[in-house]
Design a protein around this ligand. Structure first.
Ligand code: GLU
Length: 451
């Protein structure tokens, strides 16, 4: 039985740093649990740490510590067997100071409110850092798409769209794919919204990004998050005296982000030697071909059974010595036990929030550099922005142009992060948050607070 799943969180007395007095005060003021294992509390505490360092005004710390809107819906759908099931869906709108709410829709059986709130918060930070005119949002449906037929999924997705249709819009809140959702789902959402909406503007399909290229999608969107991971690595590796063509790497999670990161990094000359997902752990010191593995995963549903690699244990996977480790699965997967085992120079966070604060402290103590998710995986939302611009202006950009523009955004975000690190003498994650918060602070300073 494979176990590429989250470790059970350790108790707060076991390895977690206490919150500072200033953080505790904010948690009390905005009514957040002071539980160090709570994902949302963890996420906000990282922001508050950066906020303290840069002296972010108190009112902004309060505003950012809670999302603006939390929408939860329940809706019935008729299954293929004629019986009805009730589904739970979410859309959390964290902040829209810099532009419309933006962020993916996660279709996963473990989706819950704190999870969606954390991911929405991270979108606010990510969009600010990477310089796109968006705020942050996130949503999802508590569903295991593998257990439903295509027809059932279509009905679930369309019914969910109807349930949140009045809360999204091309100039208000623009969802996109995330874990478990894909371009086909986005097409159904765009079609349902276009049908229901009388206020969609000239092109109601701009309500969602990550659509198929045949229906308003952008070239380069599917690979964009992986492309951004590799663009970030190429930009950041030289300061660690590493060259992509000399790097070995391992990947945790071989879905969209993991497989594209693997394929694009391999194209730069790097060698993938270990991969894990929910089906198993594999290794081949001579190299695992990222393209061959992608074909195998698409055919069989996971890395297990890939003929040109050996099946290994979870411990062996994490202990495999590599230059770059790319977590590209779910959040909170690198906790203290995993961090203790990881042997690499750089962790490039392809997933959102894959490293817990306690896990990160272990990595740092071992001298491992962490390229934080709000920088490293911002490629997806950046090309989503390009898709939206193309929809709104009725253009279609070629792939070279998309890739070039994406690279500009990624390099600029990396430079801003480096600059903040230098100025505040902190780690890269704190620096990325400081750079993101700086842009939000400037926006709030000029727009003020109504009334
Ligand atoms: N779900 C992706 C993310 O977490 C993409 C969001 C988007 O394109 O809006 O960044």
């Amino acid at each position: 039985m494979a176990t590429a799943t989250k470790s059970k969180p350790k108790s707060s007395s076991n390895g977690h740093a206490a919150f500072t007095q200033a953080q505790t005060t904010i948690f009390d003021q905005v009514d957040l649990p002071k539980d160090p294992d709570n994902l949302y509390t963890q996420t906000v505490s990282v922001m508050l740490h950066a906020a303290e360092m840069m002296n972010l005004p108190h009112y902004l710390q309060l505003i950012l510590a809670q999302p603006k809107n939390e929408i939860m819906v329940h809706f019935p759908v008729k299954m293929d067997n004629g019986k009805h099931e009730l589904f739970k869906g979410y859309r959390v709108q964290h902040n829209n100071a810099l532009g419309p709410y933006k962020g993916g829709l996660r279709f996963h059986p473990d989706v819950h409110l704190d999870d969606v709130k954390s991911l929405a918060f991270l979108m606010t930070m990510k969009c600010s850092l990477v310089g796109v005119p968006y705020g942050g949002g996130k949503g999802g449906i508590k569903v295991d798409s593998r257990k439903h037929s295509k027809t059932e999924m279509e009905h679930i997705v369309r019914r969910f769209t109807a349930a949140i249709a009045h809360n999204i819009g091309p100039d208000y809140d623009i969802p996109a794919p995330d874990v478990g959702s894909n371009s086909q789902h986005m097409a159904w959402i765009a079609d349902t919204y276009s049908f229901l909406s009388e206020i969609g503007g000239d092109n109601p399909a701009a309500v969602i990004t990550g659509k198929p290229v045949e229906y308003g999608g952008s070239l380069g969107r599917e690979k964009a998050t992986g492309q951004g991971v590799v663009d970030t690595l190429v930009e950041m590796l030289p300061e660690l005296k590493l060259k992509p063509e000399k790097c070995t790497f391992s990947v945790l999670g071989y879905g969209n982000v993991g497989s594209w990161s693997g394929k694009i990094f391999q194209d730069k000359g790097a060698k993938m030697i270990a991969v894990a997902d929910h089906t198993g752990f594999i290794r081949n010191d001579k190299g695992i071909d990222a393209f061959d593995l992608d074909v195998h995963v698409k055919k069989t549903g996971g890395v297990k059974g890939f003929a040109k690699a050996t099946s290994i244990s979870k411990e062996e996977f994490y202990k495999t010595k590599v230059d770059v480790f790319i977590p590209a699965a779910l959040e909170q997967m690198i906790q203290e036990p995993e961090a203790e085992m990881i042997t690499c120079r750089v962790v490039a966070e392809g997933a959102n929030a894959p490293t817990t604060p306690a896990g990160e402290r272990v990595l740092m103590a071992k001298g491992i550099e962490v390229l934080p998710a709000i920088l490293c995986n911002a490629g997806g939302v950046t090309v989503s922005y390009f898709e939206w611009v193309q929809n709104k202006t009725f253009q279609s950009w070629d792939l070279e142009y998309v890739d070039r523009e994406l690279n500009k955004h990624m390099v600029r975000a990396a430079q801003k992060t480096r600059k903040a690190r230098q100025e505040f003498k902190c780690d890269l994650r704190t620096a990325a948050y400081i750079a993101a918060l700086q842009r939000l602070k400037e926006a709030y300073e000029v727009r003020g607070i109504f009334p």
